[in-house]
Design a protein around this ligand. Sequence first.
Ligand code: ADP
Ligand code: MG
Ligand code: MG
Length: 252
Amino acid sequence: ATHFKIDGLKAAIEGKEILKGIDLEIKGGEVHAIMGPNGTGKSTLASALMGHPKYEVTEGEVTLDGEALLEMGVDERARAGLFLAMQYPSEIPGVTNSDFLRSAINARREEGKEISLIKFIRQMEGKMKELEMNPEFAHRYLNEGFSGGEKKRNEILQMMMLEPKVVVLDEIDSGLDIDALRIVANGVNAMRSEERGFLIITHYQRLLNYIKPDFVHVMMQGRIVKSGGPELAERLENEGYDWVKEELGIVD
Ligand code: ADP
Ligand code: MG
Ligand code: MG
């Protein structure tokens, strides 16, 4: 079964320590949410997991099914089964969405076992329909000129096509109207399985009304300071973050 483990992860940006020791364990079948005020390091965690060159991991270990992830390059991490939807997906002019997806899928397969074009197109069209995406998006350049909501849907399309073991979604809800939010959440929920773990990073509780987490973690100042069940998200929605700070004696 899938087992993703973050152990004492510290990371810095331009010499400034942002992540001050993150411990988190996600098993197949589980959905974890990380909530927290702006600027606490949530996106830094996502970027460090992805292997973004700007984020220097200074301490700690991350393993996926026992394999050391931090020693891997970005592509290798993806091949190992890690998928990240970033808060700000990048545009890749000159590469169409469908070309990008097909090479990403094939990069994760053995030579000679590439997905056939027919099968790929059939799958992609099916998933795009589920996500209520305009079929023309298959042939558009990756994310170029996509609206915020279209980019988010496209990230979910990639996730559905790649069938990763561990999914990290960074503010997948930002910039989505309520209909798009429902569609994106349905896509995520359809991918929930015993084989797959999720880490949902969000500033707002709203998303968690649609994707029910098993565990909720609060992140502040580069640390997970509190963990609980879905009721924790509801309390944060109702009361904000001040009570957590008071409880823990955090001054900012
Ligand atoms: P969150 O996602 O929780 O809002 P971030 O991880 O984006 O927080 O940011 C954490 C801290 O790191 C903030 O103080 C932010 O200004 C800083 N930071 C994030 N990315 C960069 C970057 N690329 N260069 C410099 N500072 C950064
Ligand atoms: Mg932010
Ligand atoms: Mg962020």
